[in-house]
Design a protein around this ligand. Structure first.
Ligand SMILES: [Fe+2]
Ligand SMILES: [Fe+2]
Length: 189
């Protein structure tokens, strides 16, 4: 069982660092006058906080104790800030991170949780994994548009408060990741 607890802690740390990094990427994009990219970084930063919340809840259920929201392996602020580049490089970095999480990290964590019959962790990892795949795709589309100097259409951005899925234009009737209704979507402004 301890492997699942370790995996939850690692996921919480990873999500926490991603959330902070995207916030900085958002500020950088704003400085470069790329407001639509700044908007999407802000939305996905919020989405990662949903994963943190779900993982913490799973951790407290499994350990039967309340866990402080105090990630143990935070990347130092200065190191994080030192790794901020131009927005194209930041998007590439974000895609790499999302792909690592969905293809390697969460893939392994879902398996470990299933093998140890920790359903609550398995669900939390699976939802995050599905959302990360979507995040990666969104970042890839923005990167393509930016590289081709194509105009990025301004659309409303919504984040599912249950699973961290991100949708554009309007919230779907049902979240394709977690099945919750449109009322669980929050518009990110
Ligand atoms: Fe993500
Ligand atoms: Fe959802």
């Amino acid at each position: 069982m301890s492997i699942v607890i370790d995996n939850l802690k690692e996921a919480i740390n990873g999500e926490y660092n991603a959330k902070r990094k995207y916030k900085l990427f958002s500020e950088k994009a704003k400085n470069e006058n790329l407001n639509k990219v700044a908007h999407v970084f802000k939305a996905i930063s919020f989405a990662e906080s949903i994963h943190i919340k779900n993982h913490l809840k799973a951790l407290s259920i499994i350990t039967k104790s309340s866990i402080e929201i105090n990630p143990t392996e935070q990347i130092d602020d200065n190191i994080l800030k030192g790794n901020i580049n131009d927005t194209i490089s930041n998007l590439e970095d974000a895609i790499k991170g999302e792909n690592y999480e969905s293809k390697i990290m969460y893939r392994k964590f879902v398996k470990n949780a299933a093998n140890n019959e920790k359903n609550v962790a398995e669900l939390s990892f699976s939802l995050a994994r599905s959302a990360e795949k979507i995040h990666s795709k969104i970042y890839s589309n923005y990167l393509k548009d930016l590289k081709k100097k194509r105009h990025i259409v301004a659309e409303k951005i919504y984040v599912c408060k249950i699973c961290g899925n991100v949708e554009f234009g309007e919230p779907p009737k049902k979240c394709p990741v977690c099945d919750h209704s449109s009322r669980f979507f929050l518009e990110i402004r």
